[in-house]
Design a binder for this molecule. Structure first.
Ligand code: FDA
Length: 309
């Protein structure tokens, strides 16, 4: 119930206005977001790099309403690629982009606008030596997003796809995505989806995660295991061993600010670990989804509404 209420709040313009205007202490946002500027994100990326970890940078923003806004978001992603290159961090970096922020929902032309914009970011990334991953949003965008990735992979074979195991369709999608070199991020899924398209009980979601994991680990692609769940991380490690995978042939991914000790532990064991580093001032939807995932985070957030620091 609480999770659904928070996910509904994540989509509400009125609540967004109220929350973003509230005198939030900076540390509630800073716990999950690197900062408002690309310099903030680069500082975090450098610190993670120094600890032997990789990053994917996400310039926050979703649901673009016109082509100019989509262009602005695209330029911001390209600028972050250029700054990664200048700072010498591009080789260990990935850029995450959201199709709706790049124009996917702009009417009949939306899919083409989003595809062209993702291609602009992917082209800049190719020149700089980093990669791009296309985040997955709510289920109304799944088919178009996977189509976009499929089409662009002929020019950018390392373009990353994301699959959400809470969707009933995803096991089949994993089968389609196990081609050689195919970079696939497996997540549970962060949106409020109807029963008709998604598993809603957590044990069903976990079982689906393991089925998808089996397919991806046995396939020829490059699985990116994006979870903080200790049990699923352990199963991923066991499946990697079982399938004879080296540490170089898959990676773990976690969100900035969540289980940093576990991120360091895995990296210390020689595993590839990539941290998803969001930055920018449009943090509301991202923060609400993180709160929905964990009641302990909600307590922290509510306390900060009354304790300014
Ligand atoms: P879940 O939230 O169910 O937690 C499972 C267990 O993990 C907990 O019981 C606890 O043991 C541990 N845990 C979790 N949070 C913890 C904390 N703060 N402290 C200590 N332990 C904690 N979603 C999406 O829809 N589209 C996308 O493109 C992406 N992209 C993405 C990238 C990356 C790198 C990550 C890690 C995640 C995403 N997600 C996403 C979000 C994803 O769908 C999901 O909502 C979150 O990862 C939370 O799910 P978990 O798998 O971590 O398990």
């Amino acid at each position: 119930m609480l999770r659904q209420a928070l996910l509904a709040a994540a989509r509400s313009g009125h609540i967004k206005t109220a929350v973003t205007a509230a005198p939030l202490s900076r540390n509630v946002v800073e716990r999950f977001v690197a900062g408002e500027t690309i310099d903030d994100a680069l500082n975090v990326a450098q610190a993670l790099h120094d600890q032997g970890m990789l990053v994917t940078l996400d310039h926050l923003g979703e649901d673009t309403h016109d082509a100019d806004q989509a262009d602005t978001v695209t330029r911001a992603s390209i600028a972050s690629v250029e700054r990664l290159f200048e700072s010498g961090l591009a080789k260990s970096a990935d850029i995450s982009v959201k199709p709706t922020a790049l124009g996917l929902k702009l009417g009949a032309d939306g899919p083409k606008i989003a595809r062209d914009n993702v291609a602009r970011v992917a082209s800049a990334a190719k020149a700089a030596g980093c990669t791009v991953s296309v985040d997955m949003e709510d289920h109304t965008t799944t088919a178009e997003t996977l189509r976009l990735v499929r089409e662009l992979r002929s020019d950018y074979p390392d373009l990353g796809a994301v699959v959400q195991c809470y969707l009933r369709r995803t096991e089949a999608d994993c089968g389609d995505l196990t081609k050689p070199g195919s970079r696939v991020r497996l997540v549970k899924g962060a949106y409020n989806e109807p029963e008709a398209v998604a598993y809603r009980a957590s044990d069903e979601v976990d079982r689906s995660f393991v089925r998808c994991l089996r397919t991806l680990m046995a396939g020829e692609g490059y699985p990116m295991i994006a979870t903080h769940d200790p049990r699923l991380i352990e199963i991923a490690g066991a499946l990697a061993l079982l399938n004879g995978r080296s540490n170089e042939s898959f990676e773990y991914q976690m969100l900035y600010g969540i289980r940093p000790d576990e991120q360091r532990r895995l990296a210390g064991q020689g595993a590839k670990v990539r941290v998803y580093v969001p930055y920018g001032d449009d943090w509301y939807g991202y923060l609400m989804r993180r709160l929905a995932e964990r009641p302990a985070n909600l307590g922290f957030f509510l306390r900060s509404l009354v304790t300014k620091s």
